[in-house]
Design a protein around this ligand. Sequence first.
Ligand code: ZN
Length: 214
Amino acid sequence: MTIKHHPPEHLLAGFACGPLEEADRLAMAVHAGQCPTCRRLVKALEQMGGAALEHTASFPMRPHALSEVLAQVDAKPASALGDTRATSAHDPDLPNVLRRCHFGKMRRVAPGVKMQPIILPGTDKSRAFLLWSAPGLKMLDHTHSGTELTCVLKGSFTHEGGYYGPGDFDYGDDDVDHQPIVGNDEPCLCFVAMSGTLKGNGWLGRIVSPLIRL
Ligand SMILES: [Zn+2]
């Protein structure tokens, strides 16, 4: 796995040291599980936070944030999240951190596109889902009102930002207007964390975007 695209610094720092929305935190856990470079960076940030804590009681960093988050995700009991079926739990393409999540119903949102929501334990308004796209598919041309974090789990896509393969992390915010095209070789499976809403452009976007809203 050659990873070329990593999360921006503010997300790495937030993951190591501070609050992140539930879906964003899960996206960071997925990427940290795939990417040794970012794992090392997060550990270093945690250690810096731990060292700083020895000197000031009010320093906001939390030591061991990465291992805490991974342990929390691992340990979340099924009963705490109701009786939702983890229909994707046995998918061999999913990393462990996602296999333990609970999923809503899978649905087709457009020709060649399926999505399955992930039920998050927190109460914030962030959303997370898995997205399957057919090979060669031209995705919806869209912008965002918030952020969209995408972790490629299988397959690939390209857009103005370059080529994104397994392990790559795509950060989109309201400055980004893009239209990903899925690689021709195989279906693309992504984990997506969203805050705000996705806004489709053009007539197809206007039809499809209400369906993508979770
Ligand atoms: Zn990375």
